[in-house]
Ligand binder design. Structure first.
Ligand SMILES: NC(=O)c1ccc[n+]([C@@H]2O[C@H](COP(=O)([O-])OP(=O)(O)OC[C@H]3O[C@@H](n4cnc5c(N)ncnc54)[C@H](O)[C@@H]3O)[C@@H](O)[C@H]2O)c1
Ligand SMILES: O=C(O)CC[C@@H](O)C(=O)O
Length: 416
């Protein structure tokens, strides 16, 4: 169903999961006043009801945007994931409807790296167990199983933005760093890439996981991988809960194979702070359990709020899709004296020639054209003289395989 743009005050923005106020301020400063800002995620049925009249939605990792939700989201123009992971969004369902999805690929990476380094040191000293005992009135003064980080080997699985930053921080406290990645990655400092996951597991004193949630990483760590790890080693996961068979991790700790673990992400996570957290890791000694807060620092959240809201505003105002995770990327200049038409279509042969044909048949003069495609969708942006805005949009809507159209007016940007 083809769509046109609205006045900014009519563009509804729904921000869920306590997205930082910096995002709200950014939208307001850009003239977007119709903002609903909630501190929680919504269950599927409530979300389906609410999303019907929403143009832009901002979420974090809890909100599931699946096919059913997208089917109800008739006005949805773009999605902002105010985080790194986008596995909670059905990216194909969004793409099929001409909806770009944006995220913040870097803003919280430092926060995660700092937390993992801190956990490495705490776990090497058995601090979680000693602290718990002291809270209970006990006194576990002992050097047994307590080690300096200096000279130990940290094994990083997934040497991307977080893995590589962690590598630098870890070397600064004297850890030796090895890493495994499916891609050959430039080593930071003296770190060394190893040829296989098995080699990393066999050599590391501390293993930490920093991979995305993709089919190849799903349940990549099971009892088989724990069996390959050094006796008395430590395991950390701050990536996604779907990468590790959590029951197998619990068994490895109970059996004394691992001396400790830190886990921030779980196969099933509470939807709100009021829901009970259930996990086989609860109550195990020397296990740090955190409620998916690797990236939850005020610094990171403020930066993410600014970064993702800017991407949504830029797309809304100007059509630019640079850094979208699912959409053809187009960087667009300003269009002060021209109306701008956005046409999103299924990427099948003949659509471009049809677009040019209908414009030419309607005597519409094109002053600028930008096209980018991916395997499923084509995104063409056409600047036309101001006299032609509405007429040109009507012509474009008639083109077969159109998913969505919008017009961005030259002076006010939006009109009904
Ligand atoms: N706990 C949190 O709050 C939190 C915060 C931010 C990110 N994350 C998670 O951390 C993940 C990693 O973040 P990032 O910014 O470093 O991502 P990134 O995309 O920069 O790096 C991921 C790395 O994993 C590698 N990789 C992919 N599949 C692999 C496999 N099967 N084996 C080994 N390596 C593989 C990639 O090649 C890449 O180098 C994110 O996808 C997100 O899910 C969690
Ligand atoms: O803020 C969140 O909910 C998720 C943070 C993290 O997992 C990410 O993917 O950036």
């Amino acid at each position: 169903m083809a769509k046109t743009s609205l006045d900014k005050s009519k563009i509804k923005i729904l921000l869920l999961e306590g997205i930082h106020q910096s995002a709200v301020d950014n939208f307001l400063n850009a003239g977007y006043t119709n903002i609903e800002h909630l501190s929680t995620s919504l269950d599927e049925e409530t979300l389906i009801e609410k999303i019907r009249d929403v143009h832009f939605i901002g979420i974090r990792s809890r909100t599931q945007l699946n096919e059913r939700v997208f089917a109800a989201a008739e006005k949805l123009t773009a999605v902002g994931c105010f985080c790194i992971g986008t596995n909670q969004v059905d990216l194909n369902a969004a793409l099929a409807r001409g909806i770009p999805v944006f995220n913040a690929p870097y803003s919280n990476t430092r926060s995660v790296a700092e937390l993992v380094l801190a956990e490495t040191i705490m776990l090497l000293r058995g601090i979680p167990e000693k602290s718990t005992r002291a809270h209970e009135g006990g006194w576990l003064k002992s050097a047994k199983n307590s080690h300096e980080a200096r000279g130990k080997t940290l094994g990083i699985i997934g040497y991307g933005s977080i893995g590589a930053q962690l590598s630098v921080l870890a070397e600064s406290v004297g850890l030796d760093v090895i890493y495994y990645d499916v891609v050959t990655k430039l080593a930071m400092g003296n770190a060394r890439q190893v040829g296989s996951l098995e080699e990393l597991l066999a050599r590391a004193d501390v293993v930490t996981l920093h991979v995305p949630d993709v089919p190849s990483t799903r349940w990549m760590i099971t009892k088989e991988q724990f069996a390959l790890m050094k006796p008395g080693s430590i395991f950390i996961n701050a990536s996604r809960g779907s990468t590790v068979v959590i029951e197998d991790l619990a068994e490895a700790i109970k059996a004394g194979k691992l001396l400790g673990a830190a886990v921030d992400v779980f196969p099933s996570e509470p939807k709100s702070n009021d829901e009970e957290f259930v996990s086989p890791l609860r109550g195990l000694a020397n296990v740090i359990l955190t409620p998916h807060i690797g990236g939850s620092t005020l610094e990171a959240q403020e930066n993410i709020g600014v970064e993702v809201s800017e991407k949504l505003i830029t797309y809304s105002d100007n059509g630019t899709t640079i850094t979208s995770v699912n959409f053809p990327e187009v960087a667009l200049p300003a269009h002060p004296d021209k109306h701008r038409l956005l046409h999103i279509h299924e990427n099948v042969p003949g659509v471009m020639s049809e677009i040019n044909r209908v414009l030419s048949e309607n005597d519409i003069n094109i002053s600028g054209q930008f096209l980018q495609t991916n395997e499923k969708v084509g995104y063409v942006v056409i600047d036309v003289d101001k006299a032609y805005g509405v007429k040109a949009l009507e012509a474009l809507k008639q083109v077969d395989h159109t998913l969505r159209t919008r017009v961005l007016y030259s002076e006010t940007n939006y009109q009904d």
